[in-house]
Ligand binder design. Structure first.
Ligand code: ATP
Ligand code: MG
Length: 195
C-alpha cells in the first residue's frame, strides 16, 4: 500500500501544543502513516514583518517538540533547499523522493483562508489533498473549486505570537509548549526583550 504522508508546514516560532494536538488528531482521523512538521526556511508571508528566529533554532525546537511522539517528525526539507519556502516546491520534492506517496497538506483555518494567495496554489491542489483543521476566530472560506476536507480538533487559543510575548514579559509558557521546548528557549535565550 502506498504511504499516506501528512505535511504540516509552519514557521514554528516556537512550536506549541496547538500545532501538536492538531497534527496528532489529523493523523488519527485520516490514518496517516506519518506527519512531517515542515519548518519554513523563509516564510514569504512573514518576511519583513518581524525578526524571525533562525531556522536552525526553529528546527531544533520542532525536533524537541515531537521527540518520542509516534508518527510526528520534524522536517528540514525547506531549510535544506534554502531560499524562500514555497509549499508547491516542497510537495514536488517529497513526491519525487517517494514514488506513489499520497500527500495530505494540513492547514490551520487561518492559513486555509489565505490559501489562494499562495505561490502556484493550483500546483499545491494538484499534488496533495487539503486538510483544514478548525481554529478559533478564523472561519474557513476557501475559493470555489478548491477541494478540501475539514477535521475538527480541540480549539486551543494558543499562538506563537502570544508565546513570544509571554517570554518577553517573563510570563510562564509551561504546558503551552512541550517541556523540551521550554528548556530550549531558556537555554538559548530566545524571545528575550532587547535580543
Ligand atoms: P504566529 O502567531 O507567529 O503566526 P502560529 O501560532 O500561527 O504563529 P504558525 O507557525 O504560523 O503558528 O502556524 C503553522 C500552522 O499551524 C498554520 O497552518 C496555522 O494555521 C496552524 N496553527 C497555528 N496555531 C494553531 C492552533 N492553536 N491550533 C491549530 N492549528 C494552529
Ligand atoms: Mg500563524
Amino acid at each position: 500500500m502506498s504511504e499516506r504522508l501528512g505535511v504540516f508546514g509552519g514557521t514554528f516560532d516556537p512550536p506549541h501544543v496547538g500545532h501538536l494536538i492538531a497534527a496528532a488528531d489529523v493523523r488519527h482521523e485520516l490514518g496517516l502513516d506519518r506527519i512531517l512538521m515542515v519548518v519554513a526556511n523563509e516564510p514569504w508571508q512573514k518576511l519583513g514583518s518581524r525578526d524571525l528566529t533562525p531556522a536552525s533554532d526553529r528546527l531544533a525546537m520542532v525536533r524537541a517538540a515531537v521527540a518520542g511522539v509516534d508518527g510526528l517528525e520534524a522536517s528540514a526539507i525547506e531549510i535544506e533547499r534554502g531560499g524562500t519556502s514555497y509549499t508547491a516546491d516542497t510537495l514536488a520534492d517529497l513526491a519525487a523522493a517517494r514514488p506513489g506517496v499520497q500527500l495530505y497538506l494540513i492547514l490551520g483555518a487561518d492559513a486555509a483562508a489565505g490559501f489562494t494567495t499562495w505561490e502556484r496554489y493550483e500546483d499545491v491542489v494538484a499534488q496533495a489533498r487539503l486538510v483544514v483543521v478548525d481554529r478559533p476566530g478564523a472561519p474557513v472560506t476557501l475559493a470555489e473549486g478548491v477541494p478540501w476536507q475539514r477535521i475538527a480538533a480541540p480549539r486551543l487559543e494558543i499562538s506563537s505570537t502570544d508565546l513570544r510575548r509571554r517570554v518577553g514579559a517573563d510570563a510562564p509558557i509551561d504546558f503551552l509548549v512541550p517541556a523540551g521546548v521550554v528548556t530550549y528557549i531558556t537555554e538559548h535565550g530566545l524571545y528575550r526583550v532587547g535580543r
